[in-house]
Design a protein around this ligand. Structure first.
Ligand code: 5AD
Length: 360
């Protein structure tokens, strides 16, 4: 164990240079030291429970054209789909029945009135129908439908969604503008996060790790941003190339090798846990697309949330944000038992019938 690492790990509050040091570790013993500290922090702050958020990717129709994402509007190779209200309510009630306390409704980004009305209606229907003696307040509902105006955010909140995920993707102006079309602005995304907080949502954000040109210093600033904004939930994972996107060429020329992006993602989870203490951190599916047991590694490095997929198997492969997405041929039941096994294999337990929010 190096003294330098130990000196940082015993500190109460980490600063930018501590974070850079930890994210730069390569020695196996140092990494294990970091992992053990993050795991210990998680167990002390939140215990050994892992919370399920059933993930319903209800539409891949998207008006945004992000340079990294497989469902970007100008990828004409994707078959577009939209689940019905009935399919979504069914999937949500299955979750409630299985003891998942929470769901995430995620889709491509649309801001038209029909879409906003639809989301509001489905959130209300799921809330009303999922109340039971074991879940008196119904399922915890997280929305992940991109940048919206304040009024739409307020309507979704009033309908019963109480958490919102909106990844910042990168807090570096340079990187953000390199991976998004000019119409998308980092400042707009930051404003949305602030509005969501003001409305009263528990707010989640996150970044992609291993983007071409991304530096350790950028990632350190991302973590400091999470702290400064009082973020409640983190979802982040490795950037994975999708060949039908403009960023693929750059990634092939000077991108990071998947194994390196994987390790860096684990370090990001661990350091975020040390800096943000009791937040919820997801072990994301992207980790598993690089290594078959990637999500377990995420849990061992300080994550405490897993998002089993509930998207109907017929359309799942069309929600291809990146290539090599795992579990596309499995049904919800298979995902549930596989994930439970994976969680138990790292000495943790799945929580049942609770929302599992961070206590503020
Ligand atoms: N690799 C990794 N993550 C991706 N996302 C989109 N495309 C990719 C990719 N190629 C992530 C973004 C987005 C979330 C829903 O999926 O961070 O916010």
């Amino acid at each position: 164990m190096s003294n330098r690492v130990n000196d940082i790990l015993v500190k109460k509050e980490l600063d930018g240079s501590d974070i850079i040091t930890l994210l730069s570790l390569t020695d196996e013993k140092d990494l294990e030291q970091l992992r053990a500290a993050a795991e210990a922090k998680l167990l002390a702050e939140r215990g050994d429970a892992v919370f399920f958020r059933g993930l319903i990717e209800f539409s891949n129709i998207c008006t945004a054209d992000c340079y990294y994402c497989g469902i970007r509007s100008s990828n004409y190779a994707v078959g577009r789909y939209q689940l019905t209200e009935h399919q979504m309510v069914d999937a949500a009630l299955w979750c409630a029945h299985e003891g998942y306390g929470s769901i995430v409704l995620q889709s491509g980004e649309r801001r038209d009135a029909a879409f906003v009305d639809f989301v509001e209606r489905v959130v209300g229907a799921i809330k009303a129908q999922s109340r039971s003696s074991v879940l008196p307040d119904g399922l915890g509902i997280t929305l992940c439908v991109g940048e919206q105006c304040e009024e739409s955010y307020r309507r979704f909140f009033a309908a019963g969604a109480h958490r919102y995920l909106l990844r910042i993707e990168s807090t570096s102006e340079t990187l953000f503008s390199r991976i998004h079309p000019p119409a998308q602005k980092l400042s707009d995304r930051i404003s949305c996060l602030k509005v969501l907080k003001r409305i009263g949502y528990l707010v989640g954000t996150g970044v992609m790790i291993g983007l071409p040109g991304q530096k350790i210093e950028d990632l350190a600033r991302d973590i400091l941003f999470f702290r400064k904004q009082g973020i409640d939930m983190i979802g982040m994972g490795p950037y994975i190339v999708h060949s039908q996107t403009p960023l693929a060429a750059e990634a092939h020329r000077y991108g990071m090798a998947p194994d390196d992006a994987f390790i860096l993602s684990l370090k990001m989870i661990a350091v975020t846990r040390l800096v943000l203490h009791n937040v919820n951190i997801a072990a994301t599916t992207a980790l598993q697309s690089i290594k078959h047991d990637g999500r377990e590694w995420g849990l061992r490095y300080g994550a405490n949330v897993v998002m089993p997929q509930l998207t109907p198997t017929e359309v799942r492969k069309e929600y291809s944000l990146y290539e090599g997405k795992p579990c596309v041929d499995e049904n919800s039941e298979q995902c549930r038992s596989c994930l439970t096994r994976r969680i138990e294999s790292v000495g943790r337990v799945v929580a049942s019938n609770v929302w599992g929010d961070r206590e503020c």
